[in-house]
Design a binder for this molecule. Sequence first.
Ligand code: RIB
Length: 294
Amino acid sequence: MTAIAVLGSTNMDLVAYVPRAPARGETVTGRELRTVPGGKGANQAVAAARAGGDVLMIGAVGTDEYGSRLRTNLVHAGVDTDLLHTAAGPSGTAHVVVDDEGANSIVVIPGANGTVTSLGPGETAAIAAADLLLLQLELPLTAVTEGARSARSRGVRTILTPSPVQPLPSQLLDCVDLLVPNEFEAAALSGCGEPHAAAEMLLRQVPEVVITLGPKGCLYAARDAEAVLFPAPGVTAVDTTGAGDTFVGTLAVALGEGRPMPEALAWASSAAALCVQRPGASTSMPYRSEIDAA
Ligand code: RIB
C-alpha cells in the first residue's frame, strides 16, 4: 500500500447552490445550502484513502462542532488522524458558491488551519516514513515549506497543489517534485495564460508539472520530455468542488504504486470525472472499485 502523508487543511464547506454566481454588489437567490466536509488537504486525504492509499493527515481542526465532524469524516474514510491536532477556536470554513454549470468560487477562512505554523518531531517522523507528501497552500507557508524540506531531506516525493495561489518562495519550490496547478493558478504563477507556455516557465522551478484544465483534461510536462495533453472523460458536471483534490489524491496513489505517469493520469482523470458528477467535496470522491470500473 502506498503510504501518503497529507500536510494540509480541513474546512467545513458551506455550499450555496445558485443559478449563477452573483456579480459584485449583486444579491441572487440560491436554491439550497449544504454543509459538507472539505478543505484541500482533507479532500486529498479522503480521495487517496478511497483510491487505496494508506493515508495520514497532518493539520488542525477547531474546538467547535465542525471540528469533531471534520475529524470523524476523515476517520470514516480510513485516514489516520493522530497528527490532526485540535486548536482552541473555530475550525476552517469555506464559503462556496456553485452555479448551474457546476463551476464554483470559494472564500476560505483558515480558523484552526492558521495555527499550523511549524512541525514537531512527530510530524517530521511521519513525513519521513511516507512514500509521498501532499501539500497545498491552505496552511501557513512556513509549515508547508518546512514539510517540503523535511520530505526532500528524506527522499520522500512531494506533490504541491498551489492553491490558493500566491507567490512561492524558492525554498519551497526547490523541494517540490510535482506541481499540480489548475489553469488559473498556472497562469498566475508563470505569467503565461497559455498552458504550454505556462508549463515551460514552471519547469524552470520544478522538474514535473501537471496543469489541470477541467473538461479539457490535463497537460503533463517534464524537463526531459515533450508536453502531452491528456483528455478528460466527457461528463456533465453538477459540482466541480474538490475535483482537483480528487485528481491529486488518486494520482498520488497511482504513482506510489509505481504506475507510469500516463496510466496514473488517466486513472486520476477518471476519478475527477466521477467526482464532478456528484455534489460536495469529500462526499463526492470515488472508491477504487468505481475508478477501476470507469
Ligand atoms: O478544493 C476544494 C476545497 O477548497 C473545498 O473543499 C474548500 O474547503 C476549499 O478549501
